[in-house]
Design a protein around this ligand. Structure first.
Ligand SMILES: [Ca+2]
Ligand SMILES: [Ca+2]
Ligand SMILES: [Ca+2]
Ligand SMILES: [Ca+2]
Length: 257
């Protein structure tokens, strides 16, 4: 039975002091055309005694393969009102979730502006990428994750804003752009970015000896141009049904590649 999940947004909500009192919400679809608010016992709402959940984005994944969809609630650490902590919430059944962030090997201060969840290394288990902090976590297939480090994710790109990261990637998506069966990656940026504003395209070069994926940036050689402003959302879809995946970049200039 489907459910609907809404999030707090410290951007959309006007109070800049804190996130207190602005709660997430979880609705259960009753199958009759109505939604019931089941937030109260879900552990997803703000509760100062248990978990402070402020979320910029949420991603759905069954991280532990138990057949129940879990939630990864992402916060950023860019603004003075940000909490800067994301939470992996394990689905315990009956619309109740449990914070397993640390048990899963994820850091307390995990944060990012955007990202995606997908099977980056093609072993059928969902992995995690957070933009801005530009961290990638590979699923160990035992309920835990391990962090990867990439050459193109220079340390200056991999800190959060408060630690001086001036490369504000935000939108992120994976898809097979070149039809070789390996999932490639597109990143967009937020307005705080210090790079040229444009989408950055990385081609998946396959798995290394550790089972970890490698990527190579090809943005310029495939003709991705700079734009005049941020592009905080990107997507990979076959827009013209010709069998080749296309790139959608959200700016006011409405660019498609
Ligand atoms: Ca699960
Ligand atoms: Ca995987
Ligand atoms: Ca590919
Ligand atoms: Ca196409």
């Amino acid at each position: 039975m489907a459910c609907l999940f809404t999030l707090t947004s410290h951007i959309a909500n006007s109070s800049e002091d804190n996130n207190h009192g602005r709660s997430n919400a979880l609705y259960r679809n009753d199958g009759q055309g109505a939604m019931t608010d089941v937030s109260a016992n879900s552990n997803l709402i703000y509760n100062i005694d248990t978990i402070v959940v402020s979320a910029r984005n949420t991603f759905v994944l069954d991280y532990d393969g138990d057949g129940r969809i879990d939630l990864l609630m992402q916060d950023d650490d860019c603004w003075r009102w940000s909490i800067g902590e994301s939470h992996l919430m394990r689905n315990m059944g009956n619309m109740v979730f449990k914070d397993v962030t640390l048990d899963a090997g994820l850091p307390k201060n995990l944060n990012g502006l955007g990202g995606f969840v997908g099977d980056i290394n093609m072993d059928t288990w969902p992995d995690i990428f957070f933009a801005h902090t530009n961290v990638m976590y590979i699923n160990n297939r035992d309920g835990t994750f391990r962090k990867l480090d990439y050459e193109f994710f220079d340390p200056q790109y991999s800190a959060n804003a408060r630690d001086g990261n001036l490369v504000w990637t935000c939108g992120a998506e994976i898809g097979d752009l070149n039809g070789d069966g390996l999932l490639d990656m597109v990143l967009g940026d937020h307005f705080g970015n210090t790079l040229d504003h444009k989408a950055h395209v990385y081609i998946n070069k396959g798995i290394d000896e550790n089972g970890d994926p490698r990527f190579e940036e090809v943005s310029e050689e495939i003709g991705i141009d700079t734009v005049s402003q941020k592009e905080p959302f990107v997507a990979i879809e076959d827009l013209d049904n010709d069998g080749d995946m296309d790139i959608i970049v959200s700016t006011r200039e409405s660019i498609h590649y």
